[in-house]
Design a protein around this ligand. Structure first.
Ligand code: HEM
Length: 412
């Protein structure tokens, strides 16, 4: 099969305003060109926006999540520089960047804290935080849903699960926002020093916390990780730091966007908002649709472990394949009217939480937080409407989320 080279129109090389506002027409164009297209612009890579191909890549053990040496070569200036070593550790030792058997071992340790049963036990705490956040704005008739609600909720929860004191939650946001820039599909080298500084500061902070938990364990996840490490059950310091980083990033950045994107979709589809107010039992289905319609994590990537024949193409060992989750979730061959929000869509087998062995560990927590958030927001705030012309999305190809979401509502 001929390789379709889309380098000249690669949307990731320079993120345009148009793309940030609405990436889906770009994804449609890539999909029309083939299930797997090639770009040699910037970091060379295959890309897919096809649902079936995305699912196949994510389930195929011939692909790895670990960076192959060939891909790291252009970054050798950073890799060999001690100032960047924490950032490198941070982004390579966490479970989502590890293949089995390391992946299996680490995931098993973290798994216990995030099962549906564990998460359901957090119900009262989540409801309390949600109500406290709504109390702060209810009398004013307006709010920025992102700053006033969608950000503080998940960061409070994930930090409580991990055992990070409440007074440090803002610091976590600043550090992880900076580090996340290094996750973009095309790395902007200008951001690397700030990302590296943030990684070092975060790790210095966590090392103090780890030392405290070693002395006096509590019932948080950090203590569980530290004890497991001490029992010889595997987590070394680098793995511990890196997985804490992953949980903090994954635990809040994506859930903020699920809540923000979901509420934006409802303000743009007032009939759906009314329906959810009168039939709150539909909220879990609506959340699945928010995840599909504006997937908070828009992409992930894999690397070919060997030369292989795949989807009619010859892939070389080390080739990078970017799976565009946001595009796969709008594939018309899988989803009828994919660009329409349908809060009762069934079946809705979106891949917003990934697929296969790296399927999102925090999916039960994210779904549960979002369910309580929408239940309480819709009960407590009547007549929610948008309080700006057009809310802007963050400049990221990786995360899809709003910078602000100004809302107006009636005061009871
Ligand atoms: C709406 C919210 C969320 C979305 C859309 C999301 C999305 C994803 C996706 C797409 C993956 C797979 C990445 C890949 O295969 O390369 C993933 C993995 C992961 N997520 Fe989430 N996530 C969310 C919330 C959370 C939360 C709340 C946590 C933590 C409590 C979390 C922790 C993780 C972890 C640890 C992994 C790696 C799992 C592994 O490698 O086995 N996520 N997430």
């Amino acid at each position: 099969m001929n390789v379709v080279d889309i380098s000249s129109e690669d949307p990731f090389v320079k993120l345009s305003k148009d793309f940030i506002e609405n990436p889906y027409p770009y994804y449609d164009r890539l999909r029309e060109k083939g299930n797997l297209v090639w770009s040699s612009a910037g970091e060379k890579r295959w890309m897919t926006t096809s649902y079936d191909t995305s699912v196949t890549v994510l389930n195929d053990p011939r692909f790895s999540v670990e960076y192959p040496a060939e891909q790291l070569e252009p970054l050798s200036e950073y890799i060999n520089n001690p100032a960047y070593s924490d950032l490198l550790t941070g982004l390579t030792k966490f479970m989502v960047a590890q293949d089995p058997p390391q992946h299996t071992r680490i995931r098993k340790l973290a798994n216990k804290a995030f099962t549906r049963a564990e998460v359901t036990e957090m119900s009262d705490r989540i409801t309390n935080i949600v109500d406290e956040l709504i109390d702060r704005v209810a009398a004013s008739g307006e709010m920025d849903l992102i700053a006033d609600f969608a950000f503080p909720l998940p960061i409070t929860i994930i930090c409580e699960v991990l055992g990070i004191p409440a007074c440090d939650h803002d610091k976590m946001r600043d550090w992880t926002n900076s580090i996340s820039l290094a996750l973009e599909p095309i790395l902007d080298v200008n951001n690397v020093p700030a990302s590296a500084k943030a990684a070092t500061e975060l790790f210095d902070y966590l090392k103090v916390l780890i030392a405290e938990r070693k002395k006096t364990p509590t019932n948080d996840l950090l203590s569980a990780f530290v004890q497991a490490e001490e029992e010889g059950d595997c987590l070394n310091l680098d793995e511990l730091l890196s997985n804490m980083l992953l949980l903090i990033i994954a635990g809040h950045d994506t859930t903020v966007n699920l809540i923000g994107n979901g509420m934006l979709a409802l303000t743009q589809n007032p009939d759906s908002m009314s329906k959810l107010r009168s039939q709150p039992e539909l909220i879990p289905l609506a959340i699945e649709e928010f995840l599909r319609y504006q997937s908070p994590a828009q992409l992930t990537e894999r690397f070919a472990l060997s030369d292989m024949h795949f989807e009619g193409h010859e892939l070389k060992k080390g080739d990078r394949v970017v799976v565009i989750i946001g595009g796969a979730n709008r594939d018309p061959s899988r989803f009828e009217f994919p660009n329409v929000l349908n809060i009762e869509r069934q079946p809705n087998k979106h891949i917003a939480f990934g697929q296969g062995i790296h399927f999102c560990l925090g999916a039960p927590l994210a779904r549960f937080e979002a369910k309580i958030a929408f239940e309480r927001l819709l009960v407590r705030l009547p007549e929610i409407t948008l309080n700006c012309e057009k809310p802007e999305f963050r400049e990221s190809a990786f995360f899809r989320g709003l910078q602000q979401l100004p809302l107006r509502f009636a005061v009871n």
